[in-house]
Design a protein around this ligand. Structure first.
Ligand code: ADP
Ligand code: ADP
Length: 233
């Protein structure tokens, strides 16, 4: 579960706050889409969950964001890896190792996970994401959809309860995007993971969402509702 309590974020030098008075609960085990025009604060909101805001982007955060009770303001992203996994638009910028298997193991090394648990979790994640046949492949030789699945897999191995994705399909063609969305939907249904995903192309992803969170613009409260309601607007 993700709780936002009176969350505002202001960047130095900017006039209006990037986020203002967000008060919201994202329930467990749902795929929630975060929708709104460019510049409305989607990445900023995701950053408050992953810990990028305020630790790495310079935004000043007031209020409280918690994931499974853990305050993201007092934890850096690395210290949140076992509760929040974060994936961006460009999978290539995410990778630190050469092969698929090494990349899946990497995220657990810094968490001090025991080697036998680590091996088991890598196997489990390869199966879950349909990557078993690609385990020894250099990541650079994979398709965009396969690379994005590896990026997702690499943050899944610590078993986070929440997955945060910033436009994960924007660099992908429609078939590859569907491949990634199907994987996300499976994580929600099979593991009960909460997925919070920003997307500006609502029509592509709305069928996969349990709820849509509309960010209507500075100073207006975000609205959390069922996709059907949003489609009727
Ligand atoms: P979105 O993801 O919806 O496009 P962002 O969260 O990236 O929106 O941006 C919200 C607002 O905050 C924009 O006005 C943007 O210019 C500003 N902003 C985002 N990141 C920074 C930053 N690191 N420094 C200064 N301003 C920023
Ligand atoms: P551990 O690895 O902690 O020894 P398990 O592998 O048995 O324990 O997994 C514990 C729980 O986590 C199980 O309910 C399992 O379904 C769930 N789980 C498995 N893989 C993942 C994953 N990638 N992300 C989140 N939860 C997962």
């Amino acid at each position: 579960m993700i709780r936002f309590e009176n969350v505002s974020v202001r960047y130095e030098g900017a006039g209006a706050p990037a986020l203002q008075d967000v008060d919201l609960t994202v329930p467990e085990g749902e795929l929630v889409l975060l929708v709104g025009p460019s510049g409305v604060g989607k990445s900023t909101l995701l950053g408050t969950v992953s810990g990028l805001v305020p630790h790495f982007t310079g935004g000043v955060l007031s209020g409280r964001v918690s994931v499974d009770g853990r305050d993201t303001r007092t934890h850096k992203p690395r210290e949140l890896a076992d509760v929040v996994g974060t994936v961006g638009q460009d999978p290539l910028s995410h990778f630190v190792t050469d092969t698929v298997e090494d990349e899946l193991a990497y995220g657990m090394e810094s968490l001090g996970v025991a080697p036998d648990v680590m091996r088991r979790r890598v196997e489990e994640t390869l199966d879950l994401l349909g990557l078993a046949d690609l385990r020894d492949r250099p990541i650079a030789t994979l398709s965009g959809g396969q690379q994005q699945r590896v990026a997702i897999g690499s943050v899944l191995t610590p078993h986070p309860r929440v997955l945060v994705l910033d436009e994960p399909t924007s660099a992908l063609d429609p078939a590859a995007a569907e491949e990634v969305l199907a994987v996300l939907q499976r994580l929600v249904h099979d593991l009960g993971t909460t997925v919070l995903m920003a997307e500006h192309r609502l029509e592509r992803v709305v069928q996969y969402a349990d709820q849509v969170l509309l960010l209507p613009g500075p100073g207006l409260a975000p609205v959390l509702g069922e996709p059907a309601e949003v489609m009727a607007l």
